[in-house]
Design a protein around this ligand. Structure first.
Ligand code: AMP
Ligand code: ZN
Length: 139
């Protein structure tokens, strides 16, 4: 359901104009207002869900096929060499708009458009414990 206090709900449902690149029954995809690179696109579900954890399964199942379709068009239109798919959940992870969205970011070789993570070191014993802890929480 749409939340009238949520800017992405209003954009996704066409109440606020946007540069729309795709729309169907479930989603709207728009150009990001502050793009990491030209053609940076956001995929927004029309129904409000704060983040990945509150996204209904049926919508979640449609996200990747839809993102892939849009990413292919963005890649071709922008002449990109690659595409980052980014999806932030929670403030700590960089989420600033509390309505689930997927970033589709076209990249050119050597563009430095967005920093990736710093590869750290892993300890085999600790890795084993982490894998067990996570695994135990998955149905
Ligand atoms: P995140 O940090 O993952 O929550 O991403 C939010 C994204 O939404 C940022 O990349 C913003 O530039 C973008 N954004 C915020 N407001 C708007 C808007 N009105 N139209 C288009 N993009 C927006
Ligand atoms: Zn919303």
């Amino acid at each position: 359901m749409k939340d009238n206090d949520c800017i992405f709900c209003l954009i996704a449902n066409g109440d606020i104009p946007s540069n729309t690149v795709y729309e169907d029954e479930y989603f709207r995809a728009i150009l990001d207002l502050s793009p990491a690179a030209k053609g940076h696109t956001l995929l927004l579900p029309k129904d409000h869900a704060e983040d990945l954890f509150s996204l209904p399964d049926d919508v979640a199942a449609r996200v990747m096929p839809t993102a892939r379709k849009i990413a292919a068009a963005v890649k071709e239109a922008m002449g990109a060499d690659g595409i980052n798919i980014v999806q932030n959940n929670g403030e700590a992870a960089g989420q600033t708009v509390r309505h689930f969205h997927v970033h589709i970011i076209p990249r050119k070789n050597g563009d430095n458009a967005m920093p990736l993570w710093n590869p750290g070191k892993s300890d085999p014993e600790e890795q084993k414990k982490i894998a067990e802890a996570v695994s135990a929480l998955i149905d």
